[in-house]
Design a binder for this molecule. Sequence first.
Ligand SMILES: [Zn+2]
Length: 563
Amino acid sequence: MIAFPLEQVRLTQSRWQENMQRDSAWVCSITSQQALHNFRTMVGLYSAKEGGYDTFTKMGGWESPDCDLRGHAVGHLLSSYALFYAATGDSLFYLKGDSVVQGIRSCQRVNGTGYVSAFPEGLIDRNIAGQSVWAPWYTLHKVMAGMLAQYTYCHNDTALAVVQDFAQWAERKLKGLDDATRRRMLRNEFGGMPEVWLDLYRLTGDDKARWLTDFFYDNAKLDPLYEGNFDMGTMHTNTFLPKVVAETKKSSIYNLQSSMPEHFFHEMVCHHVMAPGILSDKEHFFPVGTMHKHLSAYTGETCCTYNMLRMARELYAQHPDIRYVQYMEQALVNDILGQQDPATGMVHYFLPMQTGAYKLYSTPMNSFWCCVGSSFESHAKYGENIYWHSGDTVWVNLWIPSVLNWEEKGLRLRQETAFPRSNTTTLIVEQAPKHKITLMVRKDSTYQTVTRRFKKGDRIAVQREYALRTMAADGDASRVALFYGPILLAGRLGQVAHPFSDPTKHNDYYTYNYQVPDSIKNVELKELQPVEGQFAEFITSDGIRVSPLYDIHHERYVVYWKK
Ligand SMILES: [Zn+2]
């Protein structure tokens, strides 16, 4: 099964497109001078008048000049510009990306070894020596993945050259290490580093890239999975997930036959995924069957959802099982779409499941958490999983207003829907292919199938039956989330004045005190009545307004009710 590339899909007016526009305004507000500052100062390149200390605002938070992770958000920016260029065709994004690529290439030339980063090589040395350091390979992965996105979507050859030279440096750096040192180095979070090497191998066939892929195989974490042991204990979730994403990609690139990634994914969905499609409590796994004890104010690091969506996409391409698409819809509608505050464009890190808590957002220039970085990509690529094809069949898997242009077959298809605020979608043939094709429009776990020689103007309307249903937290049948069809609902428990992280406090999203009033710590689920004329809006018999969770912002809420 092949996804239509972003270049062939254009979003049209909707909440999804508005999110894209807010995201693009944010990523474009960051200048290349700001993005390149740490890279330039690292190699002694001129940054600005008097070092720029009073001439422009530096990126703060996790991009601060003294944060080990500096550079990671710049990598996400490169990916974001590339995705936006593919998704819109607007050359502004090409130019934004190219200016950062060329700037980083200049820094790499000054270094002369192939190494390039916003932090010195000493952080890698600390990692190799087993000393304390915050995830240097994780950050380098983001930068190199951004370069590969620039090469893939913008055909930027300089970006590929950066990765190739970096691979040469990495091979020299790592070649002489013994296996015990390798395994110790891999205990530190390294994100999707093996994916970069895999992609480089796929693009260039370079043996060195294959060697590096194998070097970044984390035996301690992955061998048990291959042996069928999916007990993740309380490991750090977002350190773990990209390792499996890499194994999933490896299956197709190396043409391996392994069902491990599929098993892993279903294990996640059965035992670890909470109602909005999210994973983790305070960033960690919890023992199977104890979800009900982990409905905290720090659930669902959004990077985990981002990585689960990447895994679902890889798996669906290999094994077209509709359950992957159902997860995509669950997570996109109930977590990702609502990650962004429509009033400010800022994004949350956690999605609290604690009753009475609320979404706490980043700041534009002083957060740059991992979840800000992944959000730069998430809201740029809504178009990537809507339409898929195989032979003469087109699958319409997600209900997102858009136009598909399949030039090769002469098909232009427009999708019109108010989903998630509707249970219908309409497909309109704007240009018909000369021969017969099949359209498969997803309802829930089935498709409505139409095969014919379409004519211009043909319309196919699809409706889903929505009903209210509850889903219990794993481990406690009396803790339930409420769905209307695929849409997760939540009860509104009162506005909050200023739900934004305070950059003067160290990582306050992680320790933030939501000061939940005692009166709303537990909310019982009462009988519901629909609000007349308003789709997916209800009111409980004790007067609590119930709305889709993605649409609740600046407000306390309840997702898991007492039954
Ligand atoms: Zn994150």
